[in-house]
Design a protein around this ligand. Structure first.
Ligand code: DON
Length: 305
């Protein structure tokens, strides 16, 4: 398997040339577009990695299914889905248009920016700081990495350039969907996107989900049902407006981020973390998708097989 992973990285590395790194803030545009790495951890805890699997990058949108699980713990399924839907949009992750024109009168799902911001407003705590610290602690717990931290340069960049997110958050406030302080909610969102991880951290989170919400120690953190909600939304909405094609070509519940990461879960079997900051037009790791396609085909990992 290790040789197979090395082969996959070598065979797909050239694809990095065909995409481009996110360039909306300097902290992301300075990424090396030729980086490509993978880590897989199976049910027995066997960890294998290849390529740039130890390089740190910001989690970005991969934070969305994670904070969703915390919101479900804090508020319960009924409350959460009264304020955010479960349907794919077919639009870009930062699209605004369906917020007002969609039939739902709420963000379509928690994997798009509007839905993720709404989810951030549900995290419990007495202050913004306490709420974010609960998010960070939750990420540390399920990645089994107590050292996760924010990349401050990227956080500042997200905050300075996040006016599109700001406009969506104020719209949600106007609709009565966000009840708290909008800037506090946005701050949690910008901070959670700026948490640094590696492909190894993502593989560990993947394994946690693959086991239905259980850590390697056997400790249960979320119910099997909450883990299933996260995995299902990853399968239907996790690769944005590329989710349908990804489901056919790969068929592994996954969530991407513009930092170049992809978190993938082979239910009951394996957690996979991929890193490749060169992105396709939809904001997904271009070589990362190719790597996952090869793995899925080779091991018949599609959940639709
Ligand atoms: O909210 C934003 O626009 C950024 N923090 C990007 C989030 C993200 O990863 C979307 N992408 N694939």
């Amino acid at each position: 398997m290790k040789n197979f992973l090395d082969g996959i990285i070598n065979r797909n590395k050239y694809i990095c040339e065909n995409g481009k790194v996110a360039d909306y803030i300097p902290g992301l545009s300075s990424a090396n577009k030729n980086h490509l790495g993978i880590c897989v951890i199976d049910n027995d805890g066997t960890l294998l990695k290849s390529g740039d699997s130890e390089v740190k990058f910001t989690i970005q949108s991969i934070s969305k299914p994670l904070t969703l699980m915390l919101a479900l713990l804090d508020r319960g399924e009924k409350y959460v889905f009264s304020k955010v839907g479960m349907e794919p949009t077919g639009d870009a992750f930062n699209s605004i248009r369906k917020l007002e024109t969609g039939r739902m009168r709420k963000p379509f799902n928690p994997m798009i920016n509007a839905g993720a911001i709404e989810i951030c407003s549900m995290i419990k705590g007495h202050s913004g700081e306490e709420k974010f610290n609960r998010v960070l602690d939750f990420f540390r717990l399920i990645s089994e990495n107590p050292n996760l931290e924010i990349n401050d340069e990227i956080y500042q960049g997200e905050k300075e350039t996040g006016n599109r997110n700001r406009s969506m958050a104020y719209f949600l406030k106007g609709e009565g969907l966000i009840t708290g302080d909008v800037e506090e909610v946005l701050d949690i969102y910008f901070k959670q996107c700026s948490i640094e991880v590696t492909a190894v951290d993502l593989a560990k989170i993947g394994l946690f989900l693959a086991k239905g919400g259980v850590l390697s120690s056997g400790e249960r953190v979320v119910s099997e049902h909450i883990a299933t909600i996260a995995k299902t939304l990853m399968a239907t909405c996790g690769m944005y407006d590329g989710s349908g094609e990804f489901a056919i070509k790969v068929g592994i519940p996954s969530k991407s981020g513009v930092g170049g990461g992809i978190l993938s879960v082979v239910p009951g079997k394996m957690g996979i973390g991929v890193f490749g900051p060169s992105l396709d037009q939809k904001g997904n790791s271009i070589a990362g998708i190719a790597v996952l396609e090869e793995i899925a085909e080779n091991f018949k990992f599609s959940i639709f097989n």
